[in-house]
Design a protein around this ligand. Structure first.
Ligand SMILES: [Zn+2]
Length: 121
C-alpha cells in the first residue's frame, strides 16, 4: 500500500526515487525484475540479498550480498517511503562498468561511472 502512495507522490513530483524496496523470501534468480524495484531477500529476520536490474541499461541483474558473514557485503537502509539507501557504492565489473550510489531510492552516478546511453538528468 505504501509503495502505491510513494508512486502517487512521485507522479505529483513530491517524491523522488528510481527504486523502491520490496521484501521477498526467495531470490528472484534470473527472472526479469521489474524496473524500479529493489528486492530485498529475507530469511526470517536476516537480510540476505538486494537484487535489482542494473540501472546502466545492460539488463544484468545485480545481486548484492547483505550477509554480514560474507565479503564483500552491502547494507541497505529503507526509509518510510520504502526508498533504499545502499552502502557502499555499487561498481559493476562487466562491460557495462557502471559505478553508482543508491541514495534514498535515487541512482547517484559516480564520476566516469555512468555508461554511454544513460541520459543526464
Ligand atoms: Zn549495467
Amino acid at each position: 500500500m505504501r509503495s502505491l502512495l510513494s508512486r502517487a507522490l512521485r507522479f505529483f513530483g513530491l517524491l523522488k526515487f528510481d527504486l523502491l524496496v520490496e521484501s521477498t523470501s526467495t531470490l528472484p534468480g534470473d527472472a526479469i525484475l521489474p524496473d524500479g524495484k529493489m528486492f530485498v531477500v529475507r530469511d526470517g529476520d536476516i537480510e540476505k540479498w538486494a537484487c535489482f536490474t542494473c540501472p546502466g541499461g545492460c539488463g544484468k541483474i545485480i545481486n548484492l550480498s547483505l550477509n554480514p558473514a560474507r565479503r564483500p557485503r552491502w547494507g541497505v537502509v529503507t526509509d518510510f517511503w520504502r526508498r533504499p539507501t545502499v552502502q557502499p557504492s555499487v561498481h559493476q565489473l562487466n562491460a557495462c562498468g557502471c559505478h553508482f550510489w543508491v541514495k534514498q531510492g535515487c541512482i547517484d552516478w559516480c564520476k566516469d561511472g555512468r555508461p554511454m546511453g544513460v541520459k543526464r538528468d
